[in-house]
Design a protein around this ligand. Structure first.
Ligand SMILES: *Cc1c(COP(=O)(O)O)cnc(C)c1O
Length: 391
């Protein structure tokens, strides 16, 4: 193509990013997602996927996908509202409604789009959206899409949420938005307190359970179930299907009225092609496994305990997380990168997360566990961490 008129500016910006150690790059994975993956020409023990239950390449899920392709082809060929809504999409929406205990569910092609759609679809000028500062980018972007007022409160700070609700008292409608299980700290939102405040201030609540769905709560039902909140008191929930569920796409679970409204007004629902039906078919099988195979969540808990005990003995700085997301705080950006690199030299991959994704001076390793990890894998990680720190 022809050079952009602002080619030189972009060149300078990329160079600056590189110098700051913030350059993002893909790595080529060959073969299935899992705990032992091939990256380029190296085999590596991975502690950085969101495939928490080890289902992304499960034989029964693969089989369901293939059979559905034979029946329905690959592409859905149209938006849901035209001819894209297949038998499998419908069956999955019904199953998810059943599973979550909510009246109705609407499928979206990705979690990013579900979050854009639900916030933009429900709010307009004169309303207020009140978000936890550490909410996922897609929720913050969903807020920006609407003409509603944007308010934020410090992470999980209920007294400041209270204050923001006061500040938004003159807004026509108020929507509190929070991740269920936070992706960088691994902590769970104080949902009972959020629900109590929402009642007091006549606000609605939206919970993005991308990391909680499948992982916590009864049968993997997520954050709402973790706190045993009754279905008729539940917030609107977004769940994603590409993480613990191992397939792809996302859904909004709510009451009939909210779902019908989103079908009319959520632009990321209306103006996009439905996900391939075979993905929905695969998700149907995955959900059965998620619910029935409790051992996957039990295994995760054992690995988490083992890791935390070992890491404490090594004197590493952990966070109070009881979930498969286990950050190890390092503080200094460069040091975090170095330790990540030393782990990689030992054949182990973890996420290295730095500001602005996390607060200043809290650069960290983001270690995630999968039910497919073994006790030996965690031992290997602990030994490698000890060596990386001793360097
Ligand atoms: C991954 C993620 C999303 C986006 O879901 P995708 O299906 O990957 O688009 C939304 N919210 C949170 C908290 C996430 O971690």
């Amino acid at each position: 193509m022809a050079k952009l008129p602002w080619h030189n500016e972009l060149t300078a910006a990329l160079a600056e990013r590189k110098a700051a150690g913030r350059y993002r790059q893909n790595r080529l994975r060959i073969g299935e997602q899992g705990v032992h993956i091939q990256l380029g020409d190296k085999t590596i023990l991975s502690f950085c996927s969101n495939d928490y239950l080890g289902l992304a390449a499960h034989p029964a899920i693969k089989q369901a996908f293939k059979q559905a392709v034979d029946k329905e082809g690959v592409g859905s060929g149209a938006a849901h509202l035209l001819t894209g809504h297949s038998f499998y999409h419908q069956a999955l929406e019904e199953k998810l409604a059943d599973f979550t205990g909510q009246q109705r569910v609407l499928l979206f092609s990705t979690g990013y789009m579900a979050n854009l759609g639900v916030i933009d679809g429900l709010l307009t000028r004169g309303d207020a959206v009140i978000q936890d500062k550490w909410n996922h980018a897609s929720l913050l972007d969903g807020g920006r899409l609407t003409d509603a007022d944007q308010l934020r409160y410090p992470h999980a700070d209920m007294s400041l949420l209270h204050k923001r609700l006061h500040n938004a008292a003159t807004a026509k409608h108020r929507l509190i938005v929070s991740d269920g299980l936070f992706s960088m700290d691994g902590d769970i939102a104080p949902l009972p307190e959020i629900m109590a405040l929402s009642e007091q201030h006549r606000a609605a609540v939206l919970i993005d359970d991308a990391h909680g769905f499948g992982v916590i709560g009864e049968g993997g039902r997520g954050t709402v179930s973790h706190y045993q909140i009754a279905a008729d008191k539940a917030p609107i929930v977004v769940g994603t299907l590409g993480k613990a569920i191992g397939t792809g796409g996302a859904f909004v679970a709510a009451d009939e009225l909210v779902i019908e409204t989103l079908i009319q007004q959520a632009r990321s629902y209306v103006y996009t092609t439905a996900q391939p039906p075979a993905i929905a078919a695969a998700t149907l099988v995955s959900l059965d496994l998620v619910e029935k195979e409790q051992w996957r969540r039990d295994q995760l808990q054992q690995l988490i305990q083992q890791f935390r005990q070992g890491a404490e003995q090594l004197g590493l700085e952990l966070m109070p997380s009881m979930t498969p997301i286990q950050p190890v705080i390092i503080g200094d950006d460069k040091k975090a990168l170095e330790i990540g690199a030393r782990l990689e030299e030992q054949g182990i991959l973890v996420g290295v997360i730095r500001p602005p994704t996390v607060p200043k001076n809290t650069a960290r390793l983001r270690i995630t566990f999968s039910a497919a990890h073994t006790e030996q894998d965690v031992d290997r990680l602990l030994v490698a961490l000890e060596q990386a720190y001793a360097h």
